[in-house]
Design a protein around this ligand. Structure first.
Ligand code: HEM
Length: 333
């Protein structure tokens, strides 16, 4: 004791300094804000259940809404960050959603339904950006994919501009362009693109691969990386000039979140060119091989990690942005 006492006395100022630093750290993180799992546990304890209920209700009458909700989060987060800018409607058609890159986007009505109920229970508390993230998480689980925690506490953005959505990837982008678009958003090769394990695409995004592909010989025809039998199958579904018929992105398994999209990609059965491209660069090809070799668990784990990562892109927190009253309008309108 006699020996320890002077040591304790000497340590006291150090302990004080440490506590001070800790306190400063806490103050900093509060003022910058951070998204965190369970953000609404005190302020709106039923928030996550209300979103889940809205997704379940919608899926009961239209199960195809589930993949649409997953895509909605990608389109929200990739443009200006996860700030619900994609939900804004503008009478002048100059909001982000009017950009062609958002073609076919659905699921906004589910977010609106959840928001209406949340406003009844806890007015002005839960952001539209968080509803999108939670609904996407639920959509993955409800199609048989992994269940995971989603950090919340995002706030809604104050801008939505038509041209901002130009950053979204295109089906015809080369693998290098695709990789650089994801890198620009802070994502890497494990980005959640195998999300195409669920859902469908309009023939619009497939037609050029079937009828207008530039062949090395100089003419045009069908993309030779699609197996011939699958070309026939796709052509039967997407006749020339048909832009609207929908085709499964993951042949034979579009309602189940599983790893069959990876096998399809490997076997020349990818439907859109950007999925086929995953097998064309060494890095992404190696990843497809690794996923196929390791079974679905590594794919699922990477998918969850990259969804959480994607969900944090540009998240507004603290005093930034606002909590919208109605998801399709800024509060100042
Ligand atoms: C290379 C990047 C990507 C491209 C070029 C791309 C392109 C597309 C296209 C063209 C469609 C069909 C749209 C329609 O006709 O309605 C689609 C659907 C879909 N995308 Fe992507 N996507 C990409 C990445 C992602 C990511 C990162 C996610 C999710 C995290 C995602 C989730 C989905 C889902 C779930 C669907 C199905 C939607 C439905 O069935 O309504 N995509 N994507």
């Amino acid at each position: 004791m006699a020996i320890l006492a002077p040591m304790a006395a000497a340590a006291a100022p150090l302990t004080m300094a440490f506590l001070l630093l800790l306190l400063m750290g806490v103050i900093c993180s509060v003022s910058h804000g951070q998204i965190e799992v369970g953000f609404y546990s005190d302020s709106c304890p039923d928030a996550e259940d209300i979103v889940t209920g809205a997704v379940q209700d919608a899926a009961a009458s239209d199960p195809t809404i589930l993949p649409a909700l997953l895509r909605l989060q990608f389109h929200d987060c990739f443009v200006r960050g996860c700030d619900a800018s994609v939900l804004i409607r503008s009478a002048r058609n100059d909001a982000e959603v009017n950009n062609n890159k958002h073609q076919g986007l659905r699921g906004q009505a589910v977010v609106d339904a959840a928001k209406a109920e949340l406003e009844d229970q806890c007015p002005g508390v839960v952001s539209c950006a968080d509803i999108i993230a939670l609904a996407a998480r639920d959509a993955v689980a409800m199609t048989g994919g992994p269940s995971f925690d989603v950090p919340t506490g995002r706030r809604d953005g104050l801008e939505s501009n038509l041209r901002d959505a130009d950053v979204l990837p295109d089906v015809i982008d080369s693998i290098d362009v695709l990789r650089s678009r994801f890198a620009a958003s802070g994502l890497d090769d494990r980005d959640p693109r195998p999300a195409h394990t669920i859902g469908t695409t309009a023939c619009f995004f497939v037609k050029d691969r079937l009828y207008n592909y530039r062949l090395p010989s100089g003419g045009v025809g069908s993309d030779p990386s699609i197996t011939p039998a699958f070309v026939t199958e796709l052509k039967a579904r997407c006749a020339p000039g048909d832009f609207n018929t929908r085709v499964a992105l993951d042949r034979g398994s579009e309602r189940d979140f599983d790893d069959s999209i990876l096998r399809n990609i490997r076997q020349g059965l990818a439907v859109i060119a950007s999925d086929a491209a995953l097998d064309r660069s060494n890095a992404t090809r190696a990843l497809v091989t690794a996923y196929l070799g390791a079974g679905s668990s590594r794919f699922s784990q990477d998918f969850v990690d990259s969804m959480v990562k994607m969900g944090s892109i540009g998240a507004l927190t603290g005093d930034d942005g606002e909590i919208r009253d109605v998801c399709s309008e800024f509060n100042s309108n």
